[in-house]
Design a protein around this ligand. Structure first.
Ligand code: GUN
Length: 294
């Protein structure tokens, strides 16, 4: 008997649906005379990938009716200059969210910059107060965008996490570490592999849900994946003129029950999660309930 075709976890179409709902809500508030939600985005330097990501965020905001103010700052901007701008935006009544695109140039103190953002405007969820809320399972914090986007995608497809073996490859600050906390929140058994893990395959082969966030194209091969697993690919690498994920899609899709494509999987969900976090920040500023955000 032929194996059924694996389920493609389409982040693009789910994003379109969620963004449609966000747009409706913003139009509703606008029709009642409320101002529009506003997101400030700070981009330092000219990293090509960051420029693409910021451009995507800007377009996505515009489409749903969020005002985005993008500050494109020169590479030689100092930590102090960045802190001054953040202080201004923290104080600005009309700014709901502040996002500093990472990575920052190496001469800038990233920790100081993240600590300077008002946690109530920290739509990236990187401030220790929001990371702490994630540990404490407090619903009113901000969950970092990629973990939140993955969670929305899995939930939409009714993929059970409770009691399941979730294996995360990559322990970075933006994805792997906060994602491990969110998966624990969802009551999964979580393993996190990183560059010092001796044999990654020993872990990945056990995963009911395998999530790779390393930026190493083609790292995850079919022999490392359990039959019937759910595979989530966070990697986005440029190889020649192609965009490649961490997962060898063609090989792995034969074994997986469900798999995210690259592009069109996690990428759009990350941007959608940012829009949701911005709407959450906006609702909180007006004392509106942050329940039923999705
Ligand atoms: N760089 C890569 N991903 C992200 C993200 O989610 N937020 C920010 N601020 N920078 C990033």
């Amino acid at each position: 008997m032929e194996k059924a075709v694996s389920l493609i976890l389409d982040g693009k179409s789910l994003s379109e649906r969620i963004r449609g709902k966000i747009e409706e809500e913003i139009e509703f508030w606008a029709s009642k005379g409320f101002r529009r939600p506003t997101l400030s985005v700070l981009l330092v330097g000219d990293d090509p990938a960051s420029q693409v990501y910021v451009g995507n965020k800007e377009r996505a905001c515009k489409k749903v009716g969020i005002r985005s103010l993008v500050y494109r700052l020169p590479r030689n901007t100092t930590t102090e200059e960045l802190l001054d701008l953040i202080a201004q935006l923290n104080a600005e009544e009309e700014v709901d969210g502040i996002l500093v695109q990472l990575p920052l140039p190496p001469h800038i103190n990233q920790q100081e910059v993240i600590l300077a953002i008002n946690p109530k405007k920290d739509v990236d969820g990187f401030h220790p107060e929001n990371m702490g809320r994630l540990v404490a399972r407090m619903e009113d914090g901000f969950v970092p965008c990629t973990p939140l986007g993955i969670d929305l995608l899995l939930r939409h497809h009714s993929i059970e996490l409770k009691g399941k073996d979730v294996v995360i490859v990559g322990a970075g600050f933006i994805v792997g570490r906060p994602l491990s906390l969110l998966m624990l929140w969802r009551e999964a058994t979580v393993s996190v592999c990183h560059i010092y893990t001796r044999d990654i395959a020993e872990y990945t082969i056990r995963a009911d849900i395998l999530i790779s966030a390393t930026g190493v194209p083609g790292l995850i091969k079919a022999h490392m994946v359990k039959e019937g697993a759910v595979v989530v690919d966070v990697g986005i690498s440029r190889v020649g003129d192609q965009i490649r994920g961490d997962v060898d899609f063609e090989g792995v899709k034969e074994k997986a029950f469900a798999i995210t494509p690259v592009p069109g999987g996690v990428g759009p969900m990350t941007v959608t999660a940012l829009l949701l976090n911005t709407l959450k920040a906006y609702r909180r500023r007006f004392g509106l309930s942050v329940e039923n955000l999705l």
